[in-house]
Design a protein around this ligand. Structure first.
Ligand code: FRU
Length: 496
């Protein structure tokens, strides 16, 4: 049996009780271990680049409102992928349009010629979306531009001959993700174009040549393809390429979702060796996810923890939406197929204030939790289990494994405010991909989100919710057999 005293940090008590005097980063629903903008609207992660021991996180940002508008690139930095500092806006809209999603690379050998006096250029490649062209019904309003930084990402200069890649007349022509293809010493860009991904190459990030197209008729097509990423892995000595393709609507849980393909890439064509539709995350709230560039063999992924179905209407007051926990991205072979794995970055460990291990728990066992909570356990023979996170207002989220469906699930039907969208309240299932009995489960509960990493990240789920009070009670629900060695850790806030 487990029972432990409830210790809510004073700051949380203050902010939750007195609605008006809320401290920034401690307002109701504000994630305490996830990045969210101080104020204003945020969507996709952009320009993810690691340089000089700093992770840069740019993001689709509209500072003047809490709903989507003329897009800027907001900017935050971190040394450990856990603590973030928001900096000044990096890119503002201009006469070529809003600054839509894109990527950033370190141009180590100055292929672009944008470096000067021995200063390495960091180059951002992004879509400029011209709202006037769109309004006038043309098909020429999304073009690719670049900007560069000579002070390691702090300040940015737009290239004076933008755009560098004009649309051939495609209305959806956006979200360039660029990487260096060392074998042929050229840059490769993946670009989303409606129902397919286009591949371009460049010697200098300025001249772009079309190489190929991929995806018409393959995978999920219930919406528009957006935010692609091409990531190489080496498995058993063999190079396997992962192509991430975000889609909206048409995601696995409705609205936005992240599908992927695995196969070969020869510097020109991507060939898919497995045509089943696979999803990187089975929850409804992980979108536009891509990876950091310049991190060597370690691939780190982050997604926007929301969904276009209701993202603009979630009940936060001064800011809207957060990013997922940065995740180490892997690829694992199961049978003849390759599947992604995602695990929270190791530096999360730094936030652990205390961990309590429960030798054995079964239904009815209840404990108090305070603040952000991580739950971890391993079962030798996976069987039905569930955990209920609840508050004094009778609201709760249930997360567990359903044996009959062989699926993990999150139930947010009674998790608080949901009236803002009829699709919001619901139970979401994620099929188990692993086939062995043994299963390691990690769950991370923040003020308004739950992330599940099951089977060492082979199946992941991300969900947001808006309870009237933070969840403070953890109860083991149905457990066919008692669970053993459950580690419950309290994580401290990343915000001052
Ligand atoms: C994905 C997306 C991108 C676009 C950006 C605009 O969420 O629609 O395709 O570049 O958001 O904010």
């Amino acid at each position: 049996m487990l029972r432990r005293t409830l210790t809510i940090p004073i700051i949380l008590l203050l902010c939750c009780k007195s609605g008006s005097s809320q401290q920034v980063y401690h307002e109701p629903y504000r994630p305490q271990i996830h990045f969210s903008p101080r104020t204003g609207w945020m969507n996709d992660p952009n320009g993810l680049v690691y340089y000089k021991k700093t992770y840069h996180l740019f993001f689709q940002y509209y500072p003047d409102s809490t709903v989507w508008g003329p897009m800027h690139w907001g900017h935050a930095i971190s040394r450990d992928l856990v603590h973030w500092k928001q900096l000044a806006i990096a890119l503002y809209p201009d006469n070529l349009g809003y600054i839509f999603s894109g990527s950033a690379v370190v141009d180590e050998s100055n292929t672009s010629g944008l470096g000067s006096k021995g200063k390495t250029p960091v180059v951002a490649i992004f879509t400029q979306h011209d709202p006037v062209g769109e309004k006038n019904g043309t098909s020429f309003f999304q073009n690719q531009s670049i900007a560069y930084s000579l002070d390691a990402g702090k300040s940015w200069i737009k290239y004076d001959k933008n755009p560098v890649l004009k649309t051939p007349g495609l209305k959806d022509f956006r979200d360039p993700k660029v990487s260096w293809y060392a074998d042929q010493k050229k840059w490769i860009m993946t670009l989303a174009a409606g129902d397919r991904i286009l591949f371009y190459s460049s010697p200098d990030l300025k001249k772009w040549n079309k190489e190929s197209e991929f995806g018409a008729g393959l995978g999920a097509h219930g919406g528009v393809w957006e935010c692609p990423d091409l990531v190489p892995f080496t498995i058993d000595g063999k190079k396997i390429w992962l192509l991430i393709v975000n889609i909206n609507p048409g995601g696995i849980q409705g609205g936005s979702g992240t599908q992927y393909f695995t196969g070969d890439f020869d510097g020109s064509h991507f060939t898919c060796t497995d045509t089943t539709t696979k999803w990187a995350d089975y929850g409804p709230d992980n979108y536009a996810g891509i990876t950091w560039s310049n991190t060597g063999n370690e691939k780190i992924f982050i997604g926007w923890m929301s969904n276009w179905l209701y993202g603009t209407r979630v009940p936060t007051a001064k800011w809207r939406s957060a990013m997922s926990i940065p995740r180490i991205l892997g690829l694992r072979k199961i049978g003849q197929s390759y599947y992604t794995t995602m695990q929270p970055v190791n530096s999360l460990e730094k936030l652990v204030v205390k961990t309590k291990t429960y030798k054995q728990i079964s239904s009815v066992d209840t404990t108090s939790i305070s603040g952000t909570t991580r739950l971890e356990f391993t079962v030798d023979n996976l069987h039905a289990f569930s955990f209920v996170f609840s508050n004094g207002a009778g609201q709760y989220v249930v997360a567990g494994y359903n044996e009959e469906k062989n699926s993990f699930y999150i139930d947010r039907t009674h998790a608080g405010i949901s009236e803002f969208d009829p699709h919001f309240a619901g139970i979401h299932y994620a099929p188990r991909i692993a086939s062995s009995g043994r299963s390691k489960i990690t769950m991370i509960l923040d003020n308004s989100s739950l992330e599940i990493f099951a089977d060492q990240g082979l199946t992941t789920m991300t969900e947001i919710f808006f309870p009237d009070q933070p969840f403070s009670i953890l109860q083991a629900g149905v457990t066919r057999k008692p669970l053993e060695d459950i580690r419950v850790s309290q994580l401290k806030s990343i915000w001052p």
